[in-house]
Design a protein around this ligand. Sequence first.
Ligand code: SF4
Length: 379
Amino acid sequence: MELYIHLPFCRKKCRYCDFASWAGMEDRMEDYVAAVIREAQSRAAALGTFRPETVFIGGGTPSVLPPSLLDRLLDGVFRLFPPKHGAEITSEANPGTLTADWLSAAQAQGVNRLSLGMQAAQPELLRMLGRIHDTAAVGESVRLIRAQGIRNLNLDLMFGLPGQTEAMWQETLQTALSFTPEHISCYGLIPEDGTPLKDDLDSGALTLPEEETERAMYDKAISLLGQAGYAQYEISNFAKPGFACRHNIGYWQRVPYLGLGLAAASMFLRPDGSCLRETNTALMADYLREPGTGRESEAASGTDAMFESLMLGLRMTEGVSEAAFEAMHGQPLSAVYGKKLSQLADRGLLIHEHGSWRLTRRGMDIQNTVLVELMEPDA
Ligand code: SF4
């Protein structure tokens, strides 16, 4: 079982962001921390406690929480859900907000992995995204993280941005490499409705790069990071040996998780492979009043649950293990999808190897098309 804790506070709202996060809510931080602890208490009473293998503190920007509140939050949650010995405990953080005191508080509670939002190396792109930092601030954050003795660092990067050229993307990758992180995530921009960036794209004030350019950027990431010793283990994720993110791998392998906090999602697995997903309210006032009430839930069973295993598993370069699929769903993968998987392999989109099915490089490029074909099992 994994644990996720959501902190919805940011210094400033980025122009592309549609996550549950807000700026200017510092006066709610104390109440929010108390609410998350109350939610953890009610979850522990209802579900029993467990010891998570991995913990992810996301947001928002966890590093804007004052160190004393971070300590109070993690102390309260970890008393009920103490991480296992050797657990991976990640916190997201943003350059320009990270301090040595915050890192000390995080580390004292066991945080041993940091995920830093670098995004781009060019000031004009960072401004266009509405980020608060520059590359110097990334360097300073990395210095603080290393000085604290944290040896597991991820940098998040973005490509396919308005105004971004292939040369700029290469410079971003090289700058990120110069910070020698153990892990790099490269996300293609997805313009989300209702964000200022999407409005600018719709009005023509900004333009996205051509699809071909975006694909070339992705190829550049794979080749450059590969040469630098980072193995791609998922569509967007690259790691030095031994540093793949265990928490995210758990999501893709359908390991159950408990999510605490505003808009946080949980997933509980049943022995037949079906699952129940619950999502907390995204309204701050409701969450503070009664954390954990008004959750929306959605069940996935039968072929929906099996498709979910394929959809998530095919994100990873190791693909979907036939043995794991059968153990989870009680039916061999070949009995449910065998015909379709073979047809996709014949078209060069999938490979069957060592008891697993995985996407080829071409399959990765058109992953959505592959998944649409797998939505229905064999007739
Ligand atoms: S820092 Fe992250 S969570 Fe906060 S507004 Fe920017 S993208 Fe959204």
